[in-house]
Ligand binder design. Sequence first.
Ligand SMILES: NC(=O)c1ccc[n+]([C@@H]2O[C@H](COP(=O)([O-])OP(=O)(O)OC[C@H]3O[C@@H](n4cnc5c(N)ncnc54)[C@H](O)[C@@H]3O)[C@@H](O)[C@H]2O)c1
Length: 391
Amino acid sequence: MKPMIRNNICMNAHGPGCEALTEGWIARALEGKPAIQSAVGTSAKKYRSVLVLGGSTGYGLASRIVAAFCLGADTVSVSFEREPSDKRAGTPGWYNNRAFDRAAVGAGLRSWGLDADAFADSTREAVIALAREKGLIFDLVVYSLASPVRTDPKTGQMYRSVIKPLDRPYEGINLDVFSGKISRATVQPASAEEAEHTVKVMGGEDWELWIRALRNTGVLAPDAETLAYTYIGPEHSWPIYRSGALGKAKAHLEATARTLDSLLKPGGGAAWAAVMKAVVTRASAVIPVIPLYVSTLFKVMKEKGVHEDCLDQGLRLFRDRLLRKDVPTDPERRIRLDDLEMSPEIQSETTRRMMTVTEENAEAVTDAEGFRTDFLQAHGFAVPGVDYGED
Ligand SMILES: NC(=O)c1ccc[n+]([C@@H]2O[C@H](COP(=O)([O-])OP(=O)(O)OC[C@H]3O[C@@H](n4cnc5c(N)ncnc54)[C@H](O)[C@@H]3O)[C@@H](O)[C@H]2O)c1
């Protein structure tokens, strides 16, 4: 079985490959467990019941694995997956969930996965019913949804998110990591309506609905903590990202963190936006300039020995941030795990190299190979030890 890639989107997934990758993350989490446990020893905090919204891939899966396998927490995950049929493979998250559940059972952990639209009120009701039935009081809620669409549960209107600049067109250099071609990409600005819709999908509205619903029904601990993931990135990407439509949504998400923090603080809880490092996920290859930036960044971070993937970030998030008595944040109260990526040394070298990339030297100057591998692995391909010739 081979990957079917069209327009930098992988149309299929390899089940055993996805499962092997998830098992690999779990094995690495177990290696990181002693350090997490010693952080628990010095912390008053215990995370016993953890809800992860979007826990089947990427940062959500990494967070769920660390919560379960390093901390022994009961975990509930909500993700939107397609199961395999006679004609089509399932989505990567479907296989990841299966591998997670199998390993959790093997480790004697309690875990539940809901295959449902996290934006729907019926899904909130299902999670609340499950929590009541199993006696779960969530003390940590991780919000890790990345979605192109959301249906507003109140109005039934469907919104679509866009990755576009605001106000003026964006011109950036694109590296196609599969063909090796370099091109200039121009992205027209989002309309005011598109920007608003992007905020409806990727802003904090749904996160707040979740926290209030869990709290109002008594399945959220009074001192519960919650976090949602965000990204800032280097200044040269801001026109398309941070100052663009998606950045507007992330600003809304970060403002929601402050609202939720005020809500939870009186009970001893807290809410944060956590700024994570750039990694390769299923959508990474279609965003202009991101493949060039990320593959150059990976090259530099690997050379300096500071490269991290989602699981490394998940381990560091719990060990060096959440489990600290005073969770370190920036002046805007955001947890920063993009500190290594954003260090002046890494950024200046990445920018310097990006200026020198040509079609001839791209494989040497950037880590296009690492980008391709991560992208393929996110779909279960290129995983060492998996037999892709097997029927
Ligand atoms: N990828 C990066 O480089 C990066 C960097 C910093 C922050 N982030 C942020 O981290 C968060 C997670 O992103 P990721 O890269 O891990 O993405 P991902 O695509 O790997 O994961 C998204 C998750 O959301 C779930 N999901 C999507 N729509 C859903 C729906 N309607 N109902 C239920 N589940 C749904 C998917 O099933 C999956 O579990 C996002 O907020 C993203 O902006 C990503």
